[in-house]
Unconditional design. Structure first.
Length: 278
């Protein structure tokens, strides 16, 4: 008998009540990056988020606010004003979380998001110059107010991470796994590839879903993500939107290699479609 704490396949739905589970419509062992890598990739790519602090007004309610950030060895750094409510809150209580969510077409719940949890404290003077340079390299407009007297750099030291990659794909990520993970090399190209596929090649993705997954009743498709191992889609079926992941035949490192792999998969799927019609 298998041990109860044995790790599930990477794409297996999380444990929960039977009513919350749905059959995966693709191979659970399909090549993919770890959840730590996916979370790190998402965070590296976006740069804006919701910072949640504990209100210092005595009531203790969570307070959410919009911020920009840059990652410093996996730990988000912020440049925030002393007049802001979140700054006042952090001075009183360092416990905080940061919600980072990707935007895109289609159902927003099919897209990725990550919550970073830890202690957020002011950056010491000895490290301020380095952090300032790092932050401005990510947010150039910050150079106009980075030296204002009422602005300060804070850093969230990540202790744990909650990653949700879309419907049925979620897990907790240990802080050390988060810190040692590397972002995917397709970060500079992913947005353009996704936009191109969704605007010009939905028909090809529908064929891929029908022929290379169990989503045989797919009527609409939106690409939601792409990485060096493959890509992910949200397929509209009779049971609603369902996640689909398709692996490349060969790992890629740039947009041209990704394009070639997608073309290969489309050709294979169309051949499968033609063979079934004959």
């Amino acid at each position: 008998m298998a041990e109860e704490n044995q790790s599930p396949p990477r794409h297996q739905l999380p444990k929960g009540s039977p009513s919350q589970r749905q059959e995966l419509l693709y191979d659970p062992n399909v090549a993919t990056s770890t959840h730590a890598e996916q979370a790190r990739t998402l965070a590296e790519r976006i740069g804006t988020a919701t910072l949640c602090t504990i209100s210092s007004d005595g009531e203790g309610y969570p307070y959410g606010s919009f911020v920009t950030y840059a990652l410093d060895d996996g730990n988000p750094v912020f440049l925030i004003s002393g007049l802001a409510e979140h700054t006042k809150n952090l001075i009183e209580e360092s416990k905080a979380s940061l919600l980072i969510a990707e935007g895109g077409d289609g159902n927003p719940l099919a897209l990725g998001r990550v919550t970073l949890i830890g202690d957020c404290e002011i950056v010491p003077d000895s490290d301020k110059a380095r952090v300032k340079e790092l932050f401005i390299s990510r947010h150039e407009s910050a150079k106009f107010y980075a030296d204002f007297g009422d602005f300060h750099f804070f850093r969230l030291t990540v202790k744990s991470v909650r990653y949700i990659g879309g419907f049925g794909r979620m897990s907790w990520v240990e802080g050390e796994d988060w810190k040692t993970s590397e972002p995917d090399p397709l970060i500079p190209f992913s947005e353009g590839i996704i936009q191109h596929m969704n605007e010009d090649h939905e028909d090809a993705m529908i064929v891929i879903c029908k022929q290379m997954s169990k989503a045989k009743d797919t009527t609409e498709v939106t690409m939601t993500g792409i990485d060096r191992y493959g890509f992910e889609m949200s397929a509209m079926t009779n049971d609603g939107p369902r996640p689909i992941r398709i692996a490349f035949k060969t790992e890629v490192s740039d947009s041209e290699e990704a394009r070639k792999e997608i073309v290969k998969l489309v050709k294979i799927a169309r051949k499968m479609e033609g063979d079934k019609d004959n």
